[in-house]
Design a protein around this ligand. Sequence first.
Ligand code: MF3
Ligand code: CO
Length: 270
Amino acid sequence: MIILKTHAEVELMRQSALLVSNTLSVVAGVLKPGITTLALDKLIGEYIHDHHAVPSFLNYNGYPFNSCISVNDVVVHGFPNKKELREGDIVSVDIGVILHGWHGDHAYTFAIGDPGKDVMQLIRVTKESLYKGIEKTIAGNRIGDISFAIQQHTEKKHEYGVVRELVGHGLGKNMHEDPQVPNYGKRGSGAKLKEGMVLAIEPMINLGKKEVYTESDGWTVRTKDGKPSVHFEHDVCVRKIEADILSDYAPIEAAEKSNVNLFSEYEIVA
Ligand code: MF3
Ligand code: CO
């Protein structure tokens, strides 16, 4: 069952989404070689609590951390740990909060130093594909239109691997609501988009092949071929003319650009 949100509810969800954006911008400000993902996770938990919210991932189906931090070949659901980040690593940071009963859930992939041209292109194209999906997130279209747009840009145009096992989702009073939002699919298929639907759209795109596996910890998802993977996620509300993007990359990108330890020399060509 797809739950439509009222305008007032969407404004509350915007606050939740923006709290995640601001948390991600704090992360963007402190990322550097030598920092551990566990230190980042601690900072994330503190920032969320300081802003009168709770980290929604913690204890979700037994998940044991505030955030998911996925480095290099880890696709998603990486456990924060004591390993130091190094120059050339790419780091996907996925954060969820509950504020006033409403969920925010979004993600951004950072490059610590220069991971090389191919990986920088993967980051750029994955982010572009998210916006290509969002362009299709308008009332009257179908879920498959979003899926198709993401798959076209990443798999057809660039021959990257589109992860099949994990998908985007509806978002609201629960983190995972209907409908599912795959990053692959047929135009014109799936549920019809209606004003007031809120979706977490989250392409997970591999430099190499699409196949992934889950580690014995039950969470960490890695690429089978060991090549890097990138993850971007926005929370968006379906509207008639264009989607309302509730989360905001502007503060994150500003912090990323002013952090000399992060490589961000690329432009969005949406
Ligand atoms: N953004 C992820 C998702 O949409 C995060 C959930 S992971 C968990 O599923 F830790 F919360 F389980
Ligand atoms: Co999500």
